[in-house]
Unconditional design. Sequence first.
Length: 214
Amino acid sequence: MNTIYILPLIAVTALIAFGLGTMVFTPTTAIMSSNEEGTTITYHAVVCKKVTRADGTIEDLGCSKNLFTHAGMNFTRNQLGGTIVGATNGTLANTSVDVIALGVRGVSTPPCGAAQNATELYMCGEFNSSVTGLTRARADAVRINDTDAPTAGNWTITKEFTASVGVDVNETGLFNGTTANQTGQDVFFAQNTFTTASLAANDKINITWFIWVT
């Protein structure tokens, strides 16, 4: 069985001014382990063979599983994440899944329920007003990684947002387009909900998606 794992890391940096200076709260790092995995995409494939002789006789050679090679994993990664190592904002093709969105969902934001819904074509509760400072944007960096385990097929997508006003945030999504709420016009690739972070103006929130193909 071959799977694609998607693990977002959400980090909030709260800047709180005191007479003695500023306190900065930083996040713990994500752990790529089985108990931290999100929804997995299972890769299934078989190869079937047959021989047709010159006299028309057909010999069935049967079907068997194929091997998902490291090159295949990396190709899948490159199609989704872009092929430029260390690419920065604006350098990737629009077909890359490198756009991060934020929002707030729950019973107070109809018709959004609190739970994630895999059938959604857009991210319910997504911020679409520039007033928040948290509208969707291309990643600050997409790192294609062949050195850290798993050494094949893994990459990270990261973006830091700065809130312009006080706002609650509890969801993030991955897209390939920068315009919010375009149902069917872009790919809503993945979503994640998390404990609500109440941001004040100038607080920062960092979203890092860890994705790896095995």
